[in-house]
Structure formats: C-alpha cells, structure tokens
Design a protein around this ligand. Structure first.
Ligand SMILES: Nc1ncnc2c1ncn2[C@@H]1O[C@H](COP(=O)(O)OP(=O)(O)OP(=O)(O)O)[C@@H](O)[C@H]1O
Ligand SMILES: [Mg+2]
Length: 227
C-alpha cells in the first residue's frame, strides 16, 4: 500500500544540510495497522504529509496504492488524495457553521466529476451511522463532545471509501477514555480492511497497532511488532 525508498526532506527555511527526513525506507502492506512514534521534531508529521501527498517537495521515491506520487500532476494528486486517502488530525478540522452531515459530505464538493452531490449526502449519512452518530446528523460541532467530533472527522475521511487512513495524533485532544474509544474505532476499521497509519505519543495507542515504527532525527530507528 505504501512504499518509500530513500526519502529525504529538506525544508527551505531550514539551515543548509539540515534534513527533516534523512533517508527513509518503509513498506506498509495493505491491511496493516501501524503506529508511528518518536520524540517531538523527529519527523513524524513530515513523513505522513509526504505519504499523503500534502508535501510534494521531497527526494526519493514514494508509492501509494501502486502510484508513484511524483508522476501525478498537482491536480491529479489532489484528486488522488481526495478519493484514495482519508486524513484524520488532532484538532478535527471541522467547520462550526456546518452540521455534522454537511461537514462529512464537504470533500465531495472538491472533487471533479463523479460522484454527484446527492450521492455524497447519502454516503455522509451512511458513514455517520456506521460511526454511531445517526442521531447527530443535523448537529453543529459546537454541540458535540470531543470524541463525537473526532468521529465526525473520521466519517468525513471515509466518505470516498479510501483504502488508506492517515492519522496525525488523532487522540491528542481527547481524554483517555474517549481516546480509547477512538482507537477501538480505528481497530474496527482496520478489521474491515482499511490500512491505518497513526502518529501517536501515547503508548496505549501504539500498543493497539500491530506494528510500531520509531523515528528519531529523521530516520527509522526501530520497526517491530507491538509487544
Ligand atoms: N514547515 C516547516 N518549515 C521548516 N521546518 C519544519 C517545518 N515543519 C517541520 N519542520 C522541522 O522538521 C523537523 C520535523 O518536524 P515534524 O513536524 O515532522 O516533527 P514531528 O515528529 O511531527 O513532531 P511533533 O511530535 O512535535 O508533532 C523539525 O525539526 C521541525 O522543526
Ligand atoms: Mg507532528
């Protein structure tokens, strides 16, 4: 599902020669659930942004779902990202003036061609129902708990049934009980076949994954099964 070969990253604003990623080789197979751990500033978000095509300015080779990302035009990349990859972030990134269902169907408006928008609304309802939020369709994010907001964000990530979910500290703003429920949700999605990659600082979260990749100073220093 994901294959990185000798990936290096230098931020333009950084000192010359200072690399955020210093040659990363990584293979993640379809159906895996992988935690990415490491100290602050080690390169986790940089890595996830490159895998997700949010950052296209890197050296080396990145393939996702058989596609060499460097070969896509910017436009094709954004279509690829919208349809094939679901993103989940720490701060939910929901729009407060829209309902839960509107937030979930929003990505459909960024995608050219199919599916038509009526279809998007039906899918949004289906995604929210799967995540146990069928009674919150018309609710605005302000009226939802942190865990409910994150489930709305996950429902949005699932809108186009991507095979891959990329999550950057998805439990970072949640209390431990709610965080555990969100991790259960990711495990259930993984059991359904989604490939799940989660950046986390929390041991409980990484233990829920079957594989833990540790990054330090822009390099993978450990890649093993969870204890
Ligand atoms: N936009 C940017 N411009 C310049 N340097 C950056 C930028 N984003 C990150 N960096 C640098 O790249 C390195 C890796 O940052 P990254 O955000 O990937 O770390 P991280 O592992 O996600 O950390 P955290 O756990 O704090 O989120 C750091 O040294 C950081 O300062
Ligand atoms: Mg980060």
């Amino acid at each position: 599902m994901i294959r990185l070969s000798a990936v290096k990253k230098h931020y333009r604003s950084s000192a010359k020669g200072e690399l955020a990623l210093r040659g990363v080789d990584l293979h993640i197979g379809e159906g895996e659930m992988v935690a990415i751990v490491g100290t602050s500033g080690s390169g986790k978000t940089t890595l996830l942004n490159i895998i997700g095509g949010l950052d296209r300015n890197y050296q080396g080779k990145v393939e996702v779902d058989g596609q060499d990302l460097a070969k896509l035009s910017d436009r094709a990349m954004s279509d690829f990202r919208n349809r094939r990859i679901g993103f989940v972030f720490q701060h939910f990134s929901l729009l407060d003036h829209m309902t839960a269902a509107e937030n979930v169907s929003l990505p459909a408006t960024f995608v050219r061609g199919k599916p038509p928008v009526e279809n998007a609304r039906a899918r949004a309802v289906e995604s929210l129902t799967t995540l146990g939020l069928s009674d919150k369709l018309g609710e605005h994010p302000n009226n939802l708990s942190g865990g409910q907001k994150q489930r709305v964000a996950i429902a949005r990530a699932l809108l186009f049934r991507p095979k891959l979910l990329l999550c950057d500290e998805p439990t970072g703003s949640l209390d431990s009980t709610t965080g555990a429920q969100i991790i259960d949700t990711f495990r259930a999605l993984n059991a359904e076949g989604y490939t799940v990659v989660i950046i986390t600082h929390e041991a409980r979260v990484s233990e829920a994954a079957r594989r833990i990749v540790r990054i330090e100073d822009g390099r993978i220093v450990d890649d093993g099964r969870a204890a």
